[in-house]
Design a protein around this ligand. Structure first.
Ligand SMILES: NC(=O)CC[C@H](N)C(=O)O
Length: 396
């Protein structure tokens, strides 16, 4: 069924795909998910929210523009494994500094190519995302040097942990705080606002989008205490995107409640949106196959406008759509809240807007790395929120 030079992808439900090794040779496991972006593979690979996930690219031809030093969203590749149909044999781009294949190999990312990714993605859409593993090289052989059975590989897949229940943000968060200074037209000027950005797996474009608007951004570890956060004297607090199950983030939810209690303007993206949802007393749940790509239609419920947006999430907030309700936590302690955005493909909650406290969040990625820039106004909204609270002009 397979040869020693092949790569084998085994899904927890027993589906098997035989292809060619891509990137590093060896074995890897994780939750297998699919990403629909036709561009932006470097941003995908380096997004810390993909920690412990094997990513399948639906776009068949990956690697055409090689890799460059400008597009990574963090200091390393985070995906656990990589699945592509047809890797480009050529690198063709003026910014390219190397090939994707070599980059995957030197980062020890095990991948598989030349499988029917269309069939695989259709299967994941109907069966849901699940655990999987890729095997190549010695990982295909048993102790006696003979080819392993699929059953033994399947046993290995079934012994790996489920994404539901995983706490991963500490693993990807920065260990040391660092500061991003105002840039662009604000470079060298006194910052307009200071933001404390809690790094739960932050993408580098996010603080950059704030710095472009005149903010000084202190990116701080997930282990920061509320006292340490306060000592930064921020005008606003931000919680980033990040990997893992938002149900397993009680300490961050407690930190966020202290932030809300103190009245800091708050903005959250993706995992940060899920944590705002939890802080307000809503639940979160796992989606069947999630949203990962750069072409998701989102409706702004306030204006009725549709944005085309970048997504990477497998969980979502469970909140009522179309009505303003008391936030459930402690009988409406945080006042009223409404769902500000929904995904038009499946009506999943994509944003929360508090009415009585200065806090809002979105489930998708306005930093647009990669992706369309339709949602950039959300960073302006955060800056406006910090301004109105600072100047005491916010309409409560
Ligand atoms: N990009 C993110 O922040 C993802 C949040 C969460 N890990 C999810 O999959 O839904």
């Amino acid at each position: 069924m397979f040869d020693p030079q092949d790569a084998v992808l085994v899904l927890e439900d027993g589906q098997v795909y035989v292809g060619e090794p891509y990137g590093a040779i060896g074995t890897t496991s994780g939750e297998i998910v699919f990403a629909t972006g036709m561009t932006g593979y470097q941003e995908t690979l380096t997004d810390p929210s993909y920690d412990r996930q094997i990513v399948v690219q639906t776009f068949p031809h990956i690697g055409d523009t090689g890799i460059n030093g400008e597009d990574p969203e963090s200091s390393r590749i985070w995906v656990a494994g990589y699945v592509v149909r047809d890797p480009s044999p050529n690198v063709s781009n003026w910014r390219a500094t190397g090939s994707l294949d070599d980059d995957l190999e030197s980062n020890h990312i095990v991948g598989i190519s030349h499988i029917d990714t269309r069939k695989l993605v259709r299967h994941l859409r109907s069966a849901g995302v699940m655990r999987a593993a890729i095997f190549s090289g010695d990982a295909l052989l048993d102790g006696d040097g003979k080819l392993r059975t699929i059953d033994s590989m399947l046993d290995e897949v079934k012994a790996t942990p489920q994404m539901k229940g995983m706490s991963l943000y500490d693993e990807v968060s920065t260990k040391e705080a660092y500061t991003i200074e105002p840039c662009g037209e604000f470079e060298g000027k006194e910052p307009l606002f200071t933001v404390a950005a809690v790094d739960l797996g932050i993408k580098s474009m996010t603080p950059h989008r704030m710095a472009e608007r005149g903010c000084r951004v202190h990116v701080v570890p997930s282990t920061i205490t509320f006292d340490e956060l306060q000592s930064l004297n921020p005008d606003g607090v931000f919680f980033s995107n990040g990997p893992g199950d938002p149900e397993q983030a009680d300490s961050e939810v407690n930190l966020l409640r202290q932030v809300l209690d103190a009245g800091y303007p708050f903005f959250g993206i993706c995992f940060g949106n899920q944590l705002l949802g939890r802080a307000l007393g809503f639940g979160t749940y796992k989606l069947k196959f999630g949203h990962r790509g750069i072409n998701q239609p989102v409706k702004d419920m306030t204006t009725g406008k549709i944005e085309i947006t970048a997504h990477n999430h497998g969980f979502a907030v469970d909140a009522p759509i179309g009505e303003t309700v008391d936030a459930p936590f402690e009988n409406g302690k945080y006042g009223k809240v409404f769902v500000s955005h929904i995904d038009l493909n499946d009506n999943v909650v994509e944003g929360l807007q508090c009415v009585d406290i200065p806090a809002f969040s979105v489930q998708y990625h306005p930093e647009a790395a990669a992706g369309p820039h339709d949602a950039a106004y959300l960073f302006d909204r955060f800056v406006d929120l910090m301004r109105s609270v600072k100047e005491g002009t916010r309409n409560a």
